[in-house]
Write a protein that binds this ligand. Structure first.
Ligand code: ATP
Ligand code: MG
Length: 404
């Protein structure tokens, strides 16, 4: 869908802390794979952008307007983690970037590589992609601290105008607002279905707490099922309907026929139960669509099942404008920053997502299979129980890549 030239320009921000260690290691891996696959014909034009600590030192701004403009122009950006200073006017540079470009889908593939130790008995069954809504929910940042004029005003409005009586300590309550919209939900869920269709997935699951939050999380569930009906699907709601009218065996038969015909099975799971299911029977799930906060918990829980944040990739994407930022999902890890110890896999696998997004599928495959092979042979960084440095791990990967 993107028109990719032979020498695409990709914007990059190495990032703060451990970002510098992992970014340049990952970049060497990307360039090596592109060179091998295209036999030296195509290459990436890297365009360095400034954000975070480095931008502040050089330009006096943690997120310069020029950087935002360049990201806007480049469409595709890859970055390391950025440290957000306390009291600089924004809660997080990472979040600010997502908001400015309206990167509404946080995409997190979770896949197990043999050779990594996992708390699960059968970790090889974990293989799913999470689509987390990125712009709404309690993450919108609409919060009022307890005891402030603002909180008091909201509380008075709620009790006087809306006759809400559930605020137990009106004098001492902080208040948070959870906006969840039809449009916000639907664009995210469509992204999940587009992915399911294009990668031939058999099941899409909505994860929510609609049993408790009827209109926000319950709304998400309802609108998500509306989107399902736009795609070749057989849903849990279809199943219920047939069961009510014609009995369970008719419903089971209808489902079997639908799946036989290649339709996607769609259902929903309450978030707490989902967190149990991914421990007990993770193989059930293929594509997950969920709200912002649930997505946060779920992404970290699943990352832990396959080796932790050092290896979990992610992207924030606006599928309408095409803007995408591929990034390591962990923070700046100041404890190991600058020591050449960090695992660059999270960023490298984010790069794999990036090459898939660009349509350079072969490059993505080459990097991913080299990574799988390197891990299988137990060439690992310290976080995964090995003794390789960041650059040694990258060298091992490049060595594998040059032998494909
Ligand atoms: P930030 O404030 O930027 O979020 P943090 O201190 O929360 O930084 P994280 O990067 O979120 O640090 O990670 C927590 C811990 O996980 C780190 O202290 C570090 O030991 C470990 N860690 C994170 N990323 C990596 C990595 N790429 N390789 C190895 N260990 C990592
Ligand atoms: Mg952190």
């Amino acid at each position: 869908k993107l028109n990719v030239p032979d020498h695409p320009t990709i914007a990059y921000i190495p990032g703060d802390g451990v970002g510098v260690d992992i970014f340049f290691a990952a970049q060497r891996v990307f360039d090596a794979a592109v060179k091998i696959v295209f036999d030296g014909q195509n290459k990436i034009e890297w365009k360095k952008l400034f954000a975070g600590q480095e931008a502040f030192e050089k330009m006096g701004d943690y997120l310069p307007e020029k950087t935002l403009q360049a990201i806007d122009d480049a469409l595709v950006t890859i970055k390391g983690p950025l440290m957000t200073p306390v009291g600089e006017g924004f809660r997080s540079i990472n979040v600010a970037l997502r908001q400015k470009l309206d990167l509404y889908a946080c995409v997190r593939p979770v896949e197990y590589f043999s050779g990594i130790s996992s708390p699960l008995k059968n970790p090889e069954r974990v293989n799913m992609t999470i689509f987390r809504e990125n712009t709404e929910d309690i993450y919108a940042g609409i919060e009022f601290a307890s005891g402030t004029k603002e909180a008091q005003k909201v509380i008075s409005f709620l009790s006087d105008e809306l006759k809400v009586s559930q605020i137990r300590f009106p004098e001492h309550s902080a208040i948070g607002i959870k906006p969840v919209s039809t449009d916000g939900t639907k664009r995210l869920v469509r992204a999940a279905f587009d992915h399911a269709v294009s990668t031939d997935k058999k099941r899409v699951t909505f994860v929510h707490k609609g049993n408790i939050m009827k209109f926000t999380e319950g709304g998400f569930r309802k609108w998500a099922y509306e989107v399902a009906s736009e795609y070749p699907t057989f849903t849990a709601l279809d199943f219920q309907k047939i069961k009510a009218a014609q009995g369970i065996s008719a419903a089971q038969q209808a489902k079997a026929e639908a799946l036989e015909a290649g339709k996607i099975f769609v259902d929903d799971v309450i978030a707490d139960n989902f967190l149990q299911q991914i421990l007990i029977r993770p193989e059930q799930f293929e594509v997950i669509a969920t709200l912002n906060l649930n997505g946060d918990y779920i992404s970290d829980a699943l990352a832990a099942e396959v080796g932790g944040i050092g290896i979990a990739p992610g992207a924030n994407i606006n599928f309408k404008t095409g803007h995408a930022i591929f990034e390591a999902t962990h923070g700046t890890a100041p404890d190991i920053a600058g020591k050449n110890l960090a695992n660059p896999s999270s960023l490298i696998l984010s790069g794999v997502m990036m090459f898939e997004y660009l349509g350079w599928t072969k490059v993505a495959q080459v990097i991913k299979s080299a990574l799988a092979q390197t891990i299988l042979e137990q060439h690992l960084t310290q976080d995964l129980g090995g003794n390789l440095s960041t650059s040694e791990f990258a060298n091992a990967l490049i060595e594998k890549i040059s032998h494909v």
